[in-house]
Design a protein around this ligand. Sequence first.
Ligand SMILES: Cc1cc2nc3c(=O)[nH]c(=O)nc-3n(C[C@H](O)[C@H](O)[C@H](O)COP(=O)(O)O)c2cc1C
Length: 134
Amino acid sequence: MENINNSTIFTRRSIRSFIKEKKVEQEKVDILLRAAQQAPSACNKQPWEFLVLDDEKIIDSIAPIDKHYVLAAKAPLVIIVLGNEKTSYRGENGLAWYPQDLSASIQNILLQAAELGLGSVWIGTYPDEKRING
Ligand SMILES: Cc1cc2nc3c(=O)[nH]c(=O)nc-3n(C[C@H](O)[C@H](O)[C@H](O)COP(=O)(O)O)c2cc1C
């Protein structure tokens, strides 16, 4: 059996140090977004939207929103994964399932980034109200 310890799932780590001047090539951004949309979602609703920040000034502007975003603002690329409440699957109790769908999508981005040799880290927002409303 192949050594699974070398697979991307087992070698991926959160990376918190970036070279902000080193832009991520558009081709790689496109692959990350394709990977994000390849994730499973409840009833295949795919209730996700992606805000891609690659402009330094716009990335800088997220740092004051919350102390956890200071780290994100050090990266050359930020992908904000948004859930669409209107298109999300809802169970019989009416609750939206998009948090799980988005989590699967984000995990795909992190794994694909590692495959592309890019460092990445998930910066949490939901369900922290201060971060969501910021
Ligand atoms: C929902 C969620 C929110 C997270 N938020 C942050 C964060 O705000 N800042 C941060 O540095 N890391 C954050 N992380 C990354 C975790 O700290 C990291 O995945 C965990 O320590 C395990 O390390 P690893 O990713 O290297 O395996 C978050 C991870 C998840 C899944």
